[in-house]
Each structure stands twice: as C-alpha cells, then as structure tokens.
Write a protein that binds this ligand. Structure first.
Ligand SMILES: Nc1ncnc2c1ncn2[C@@H]1O[C@H](COP(=O)(O)OP(=O)(O)O)[C@@H](O)[C@H]1O
Ligand SMILES: [Mg+2]
Length: 337
C-alpha cells in the first residue's frame, strides 16, 4: 500500500503561493527525505500532510484514504518537531503517554507501549524525569518516543536534529536510521541539510521555491542531477560550475564538475592560482582562482602542503562532468572536446 500520496497539491497564504502543484508518493516502509533551502516550503508541506494547514487545492492520501478534509488526530500520523514541544510539567513517561491517555487507551496498554519505546530509545532510566532535567538529545528522543507510542501509519519529522550539536547530530542520525530499520515504518523527514538527506533517505525529494525539482534515490540524484540546482545542492563541497567557453565549448553552456573529480596535473584544460587551502585532515580542499570571478574547488584525498598563490593546472575526465544549458537544465550530450 502507498503510505502517502500527494496529488496536484498547492498551498497559498493570501496571494503568496508557497506550494505549487506537488505530486509524489511514499511507499509503505519507505524513508523519504524532503530537502531544500530554508523558506522553500518544507514545513508548510509537512503541516498540510498532518492537517495542521488546509491545502488550497489538490489531495492528500494517507494509507490509501483521502484525508484532505480529515482533522489531524484522525490521519494516522505522528509528527516530531525541531522544537521538541514537550510539556515541562509532565515527566518523560507523562509526555510519552499523553496522547494515548487522551485517546482513552487502557493503562496497561499505555505502559507497555511506553516501555517498548523507551527501551528502543535508551530512555528506560529517565521515565520519571521532567524535560528540564534532560539534555537536548534526550529531549529530542522523548519527542520521538511520543511519536512511536502512537504506532502511526506515517511518521513526519521536521528538522528534528537542527537544535543538536554536530557530534550529537551524527549519533541521533544513526539512531533514527536504526529506528526506521526496526520499526519498518513509513517516514517523511524534512531537512535543509544535504548530508542528512544523503545518509538517511531511501528516496529524496528536492524542493525549490515550493516546487519539486527532482525525485530519486540519493545516488541517482548525485550521479544524474536533472539541473544545476540539484547538482549544486547535493554534495559537499558543492559541484563546480565552469563557463563552457573556458573549456572550448559554447558560451551559452556551463560545465559541472564535482570537486573529487578534479586533479592537479602537469598540464590541463584549467589553470590558475591557489587562493585558499582548507585542511580537514582526511581531505584537503583547494580553492583555485581560474578567472574573475571563477573559483574552482579541488578535493584531494589526504593531506597536502600547498602554498597560497602557487600556480597549478587542473585536469578531469570528461565522462565525469555534466553539461548544462544557460537555464541550468542538464543536457544529455557529451561535454566539449
Ligand atoms: N502562516 C503563514 N502565513 C504566511 N506565510 C507563511 C506562513 N507560513 C509560512 N509562510 C511562508 O511560506 C514560505 C515557506 O515557509 P516554510 O514552509 O516554513 O519553509 P521551510 O520549512 O522550507 O523553511 C516562506 O516564505 C514563509 O514565509
Ligand atoms: Mg521549516
């Protein structure tokens, strides 16, 4: 069964169109990440799916039922917000069980579901604490636990890791991936962070300005981006975009080359001077001025001593580059010789 189906979905606030004609599906058990820059409409879309906002037009189908006019509590969804939204006066157990209590579930059932979720999230020993007595990571786990106990048809996550520091973000990312594996649940996860999208998703939906730009698996999008936006958004450091005329091509085209596909060489089609060196330990990123204002990022494996202002030549395999037209649409023809 399809866990979620959006058909011709649009949403406006007054005259402002925030979501434009969105069509997509989430299959049962699938982990789908909605990714795009801040302000592109991700939270609004999640709120429309949850029923917290009405769609202006189009339909929302969850677990095979059209729910466009169904109130949030009856949609079979559970949502996890960036802000946790825990009740400060309730314990961990009280927060996790609240919605089940409101539904009138029997006490024994509530306790059993809380115990199971708490064990999954390593919260067993914190059940009697209040949110103020927990770390940020633990609070976020309580918010996730509160969603798990509801046993929803569909989980909705809105940037759940944004308030955590980098190390905790990575740990929690792995926990969420493990959780998805053990629950086998259908999940929609919203983020502006391309690393989260690449590492968590079965399927990524890239958004820009309220529209779907491209849908595919992480490697499909990375290896076959449909346009300059998707090509530049996924991957860090970002793909380089070189005016094709610098490589003997037509002025109207752009050549996209990923930093890891560039290499320093004795001679090469591109040359310039080292403007900045980023030493990351495992990798070294060279920023090379190849023209005004054109900068090229070359990603080298391992550690390299390279002085600023050194003159270098850069080469790449044409088979690993992308040709884009002036509007940024990917062209299927081979790059210029
Ligand atoms: N209640 C609202 N009224 C008017 N505009 C809104 C409202 N909520 C969101 N927006 C606008 O919709 C756009 C998308 O916002 P949002 O969905 O929060 O983006 P994202 O989550 O991708 O950062 C923004 O331009 C925002 O200002
Ligand atoms: Mg948002």
């Amino acid at each position: 069964m399809t866990a979620l189906k959006l058909t011709n979905l649009s949403k406006s606030f007054g005259q402002t169109e925030v979501l434009r004609d969105i069509n997509l599906t989430v299959e049962e058990g699938e982990f789908v990440v909605f990714v795009g820059p801040s302000g592109c409409g991700k939270s609004t879309l999640l709120r429309v799916i949850a029923g917290l906002e009405d769609a202006t037009s189009g339909t929302v189908e969850i677990a095979g039922k059209v729910v466009t006019r169904v109130p949030p509590a009856k949609r079979g969804i559970a949502m996890v917000f960036q802000s946790y939204a825990l009740y400060p006066h309730l314990t961990v157990e009280g927060n996790m069980g609240l919605s089940l209590k409101q539904e009138g579930q029997p006490k024994a059932e509530i306790s059993a579901r809380i115990a199971k979720a708490a064990a999954m999230l390593s919260l067993d020993t914190y059940l009697a604490r209040r949110p103020a007595e927990l770390s940020g990571g633990q609070r976020q786990r309580v918010a996730i636990g509160r969603a798990i106990v509801r046993e929803p048809d569909l989980f909705l996550f809105d940037e759940p890791l944004s308030n955590l520091d980098a190390a905790l973000r990575m740990n929690t990312r792995i926990e969420i991936a493990n959780l998805h594996r053990s629950l086998k649940a259908s999940m929609v996860y919203v983020t502006h962070d391309q690393t989260e999208a690449m590492t968590l998703a079965d399927k990524i939906v890239v958004f820009r300005d309220g529209r779907v730009e491209q849908i595919g698996s992480p490697m499909e999008l990375y290896n076959s981006p449909a346009n300059q936006f998707v090509a530049g958004f996924l991957g860090a450091p970002s793909m380089n975009f070189v005016p094709a005329n610098m490589l003997g091509g037509p002025k109207s085209q752009i050549i996209g080359i990923r930093p890891e596909h560039l290499r320093l060489a004795e001679t090469g089609p591109l040359s310039g001077t080292v403007q900045h060196v980023e030493r990351l330990g495992g990798d070294t990123n060279l920023l090379i001025q190849i023209g005004q204002p054109d900068l090229l990022t070359v990603r080298l494996f391992g550690q390299h001593d390279m002085a600023v202002d050194t003159a270098v030549h850069v080469d790449f395999d044409k088979s690993e580059s992308f040709v884009l037209d002036a509007e940024g649409q990917r062209l299927e023809n081979t790059p210029p010789e």
